[in-house]
Design a protein around this ligand. Structure first.
Ligand SMILES: *Cc1c(COP(=O)(O)O)cnc(C)c1O
Length: 400
């Protein structure tokens, strides 16, 4: 019999009742160090006092009005985001996928408004993840995401990752946009080579296409800069943001230049909840924290400590762990056993990491993680790796 909750997730037998900073407490009272952070969502950890205060104070006054009216919190958050980035304008949504949908619409509409009716195609990359809507799965094209859901939205081309020449061969006067993650998250923490991302920027400029960066996972301080593209010295025309920006409250934002967004006039797009007073109160509080003096430098420093620790750990357990990839506090630990086994060993050791493709475990702690907590996380991962190694050795003995 089907469960009351649609069984689309392979869930761990764990549930949490309370959290504080990087810690989660499960139903049995056990403490887990959260190096998953709701898949890069809980940027400020759990129950951050500033976010709790922002939410409570807004909740007492006003939750929701409608985009029929002006929303001062939304205007405030849009100003914060445009002042801190390349963007001139922002649209608020409730999730990452919704911002991807708008990015696709915006790129096509811009070409249409310029009289380029054939310029509708979007170039994406093998291993990408942009969400689960019908548009976003078509953007990905991955068999496991699209099977049985056709006919798919047409208009997507797919190039191999980090292969600029292959991308060049697929871009032409029909290309409305190139859509790319600076670091593929679900795809296995695969970092774009500088020459690749910079080359895609140049390719978009030469061909008249827009560059859309999906920073839903990489953004809001995750890599030690406010947005990951700042490491590459390039600017997108459109950027999608979600996850960290709400710190756990559902919030997404599409940021764009005036030129990219000009054709999106009144009535061309909308959302009931998107950017409501409650969501934007929390979003403003997140931005206040992340933009505070020294915050991003601390993320970079924490990232260096965590990375060095993971590299040392991997070197001590070569039977089960490989290399470390990523940037800042978006790190991937290569597994030489199925990643699900490391994640499960982590549950036993009281540390949470998130699986990704290519047998890579994502280590995505809250950005506020302290040095002692990083060290504690590494010790727990060490216990998990040692347990896995012992299990592997036993399996091999049994086979011999
Ligand atoms: C999580 C994610 C999405 C989808 O966001 P949702 O909030 O789940 O809709 C899209 N792109 C990237 C890169 C993501 O990490």
């Amino acid at each position: 019999m089907i469960s009351p909750v649609l069984p689309t997730y392979a869930r761990a037998p764990l549930s949490f009742v309370e959290g504080s900073g990087p810690w989660l407490i499960d139903e049995s009272g056990r403490r887990h160090l959260d190096l998953c952070a709701g898949i890069a969502v809980n940027a400020l950890g759990h129950a951050h006092p500033r976010l709790v205060a922002a939410l409570e104070s807004q909740a007492r006054r006003l939750w929701h009005t409608s985009n029929l009216y002006r929303i001062p919190n939304q205007e405030r958050l849009a100003r914060r985001l445009t002042e801190a980035t390349f963007a001139d304008t922002v649209f608020f949504a409730n999730s990452g996928t919704e911002t991807i949908e708008l990015a696709i619409k915006m790129a096509r509409r811009r070409a249409h408004a310029a009289g380029e009716r054939e310029r509708t195609r979007i170039l994406t990359f093998e291993g990408c993840f942009h969400g689960r809507s019908t548009g976003a799965i078509a953007a990905s094209g991955a068999p496991k995401m699209v099977e049985g859901f056709g006919p798919l939205m047409p208009g997507f081309d797919h190039a191999p990752w980090n292969d600029l020449e292959a991308a060049r061969a697929l871009v032409g006067p029909q290309t409305a946009a190139i859509l790319v993650e600076p670091i593929q998250g679900e795809g296995g923490v695969r970092v774009a080579d500088p020459a690749f991302l910079q080359g895609l920027r140049a390719l978009a400029d030469e061909s008249g296409a827009l560059l859309i960066l999906d920073e839903i996972q990489t953004g809001v301080g995750r890599t030690g800069k406010l947005f990951a593209h700042e490491h590459y010295g390039i600017r997108p025309d459109i950027m999608t943001v979600a996850k960290g920006i709400g710190g756990g409250f559902p919030l997404g934002a599409l940021l764009a230049t005036e030129e990219a967004a000009a054709a999106m006039t009144a009535g061309s797009h909308g959302s009931t909840y998107g950017g409501n007073p409650l969501a934007c109160a929390v979003g403003c509080a997140v931005m206040d924290e992340v933009l505070a003096e020294g915050f991003l430098d601390r993320v970079a420093e924490a990232g260096r400590r965590l990375r060095a620790g993971l590299e040392a750990l991997a070197a001590r357990h070569p039977a089960v762990l490989g290399g470390v990839r990523g940037m800042g506090l978006m790190l991937g630990l290569e597994c030489r056993v199925p990643v699900g086994r490391l994640v499960a060993a982590g549950y036993d050791a009281g540390v949470l990491v998130a699986p990704a493709a290519q047998d890579v475990a994502r280590v995505l702690p809250p950005l506020i993680i302290a040095d002692e907590e990083i060290d504690e996380g590494l010790a727990r991962l060490e216990a998990a790796a040692a347990a896995l190694e012992a299990a592997e050795a036993k399996d091999q003995e049994a086979r011999a």
